[in-house]
Design a protein around this ligand. Structure first.
Ligand code: G4F
Length: 314
C-alpha cells in the first residue's frame, strides 16, 4: 500500500464470515476475492479478472504466501498441506503459463519457499547451494513447489523467484507459533502480577506455559524486513532464488529466557527432557512445563542462514 500498488487478495471462504482480524485496519484498501489455492479455476478467473479490469497494467506481481504453514499441523493434515502448499503452487504457475505471451511477460511470481526445506541440515550455515533434507509433510510440499518454480522459470521463461526465508516474526504471527505463544504468555503473567499486587491477592494461581522442544534453534528475523526482501526479488532484471536470514541462531530456551527477562523474571530450569520445568528463580513458581504433545515426529534442530547472495545482489 505504501508503494501505491493496487492490491488484490484471495480469501478462503469459511463459516466464520468475517475472519479478517489481522487485516482489519487495511481491509477497505484491498480488493478481496473469494478463492482457494486448491481451486485452480478460481485462480484462473481471479487473475483474468484482474487483467481485464486493468487493461493497461504495467506489471502484475503475484506473491504466493498462501499455505498451511504450521509444521506440526502438517503431520496431522498431510494431504491438505500437500494440496495447498504443493499442488496449489502448480495451479498458480499454470494459471500464469496460460496467459497470453504479452501478459505473461508483464507477470512476476514470488514463491514463499522456506528454511524448513533444509530440515535435518546437511551443512551450516545454509545458503542457496545447501542440499535439502525435509523433515515434515509441510517441508516436502514446499520443496515440490520450490523445484516447480525453477522448472517453470527455466522451461517456460517465466519471471518466477523463490525466497528461501528463515523464520520471520511480528505481532501478527499466529498464536500457535512458538514466539507468539511465549510472548503472549509473558504478557499475561505481567498483567496478572500487576493485578495480584494491586489487590494483595497472593493466593491467585499463576498459569503454566506448556512447550515442546526447548533445544531446537532458529534464525529469527522481523517479517517486515522479509517482505521488503520479497519485493526486491521481483524488482531485479532477472528472476532467481534467494535466502533471507538474520545469520544468528538462538534456541527456544534462550527465547524464553530473554522474553521473561523483559518483565524482570529470571528462569531457572530443573529436570530433563519431558520432565523439564522452568521456575521463577525468586518465587520458585513453576511457569513453564515441557509437554510432549508439542514434540514433532521429526524435528528440525538447527537453522542458521547465510544470506550473503541476497545481501550482495539485492
Ligand atoms: O514457531 P514454530 O512453530 O515455527 P517453525 O516450525 O520453525 O516454522 C515456521 O518457520 C518456518 C521457516 O523456517 C516456516 F516455513 C513455517 O511456515 C513457520 O512459519 O516452531 C519453532 C520451533 C520448533 O523447533 C518447535 O518444535 O519451536 C519449537 N517449539 C517448542 N515448543 C514449539 C513449541 N513450536 C510451537 N509451534 N509450539 C510450541 O509449543
Amino acid at each position: 500500500l505504501e508503494k501505491k500498488y493496487k492490491i488484490y487478495g484471495i480469501v478462503r471462504r469459511n463459516s466464520c464470515v468475517f475472519n479478517y482480524e489481522r487485516i482489519d485496519h487495511i481491509k477497505d484498501k484491498l480488493n478481496l476475492k473469494y478463492g482457494d489455492l486448491t481451486d485452480g479455476s478460481s485462480l484462473v478467473s481471479i487473475i483474468n479478472k484482474i487483467i481485464s479490469t486493468n487493461p493497461d497494467f504495467e506489471v502484475l506481481e503475484i506473491y504466493n504466501l498462501g499455505a498451511q504453514s504450521h509444521v506440526q499441523i502438517s503431520f496431522e493434515n498431510p494431504e491438505y498441506t500437500s494440496l495447498v502448499d504443493g499442488v496449489g503452487t502448480l495451479k498458480l504457475l499454470e494459471a500464469i503459463r496460460c496467459l497470453s505471451v504479452e501478459n505473461q511477460k508483464k507477470t512476476r511470481f514470488y514463491q514463499a519457499s522456506t528454511s524448513e526445506m533444509y530440515g535435518a541440515v546437511l551443512e551450516t550455515p545454509q545458503n542457496e547451494k545447501t542440499p535439502f533434507n525435509p523433515q515434515s509433510p509441510y517441508a516436502c510440499a514446499k520443496l515440490y513447489s520450490h523445484f516447480l518454480v525453477k522448472n517453470y522459470r527455466e522451461g517456460y521463461n517465466l519471471f518466477a523467484c523463490s525466497g528461501v526465508l528463515f523464520n520471520h516474526e511480528s505481532e501478527r504471527r499466529g498464536d500457535n507459533f512458538v514466539t507468539k505463544k511465549i510472548t503472549n504468555f509473558v504478557n499475561a503473567i505481567k498483567r496478572l502480577k500487576n493485578d495480584i499486587n494491586e489487590n494483595n491477592d497472593e493466593n491467585q494461581e499463576l498459569p503454566i506455559l506448556k512447550l515442546g522442544n526447548l533445544n531446537s534453534k532458529r534464525d529469527w528475523g522481523h517479517a517486515k524486513d522479509y517482505v521488503y526482501g520479497m519485493w526486491l526479488m521481483l524488482q531485479q532484471e532477472n528472476p532467481d532464488d534467494y535466502v533471507l536470514a538474520m545469520e544468528e541462531t538462538y534456541s527456544i530456551r534462550e527465547f524464553v529466557e530473554k522474553a521473561f527477562a523483559k518483565i524482570n523474571i529470571t528462569i531457572e530450569w530443573q529436570g530433563e527432557n519431558e520432565n523439564e520445568v522452568g521456575l521463577d528463580s525468586k518465587t520458585k513458581d513453576i511457569l513453564i512445563k515441557v509437554d510432549k504433545k508439542y514434540f514433532r515426529p521429526c524435528e528440525v534442530e538447527l537453522l542458521l542462514g547465510d544470506s550473503s547472495k541476497a545481501r550482495n545482489k539485492l
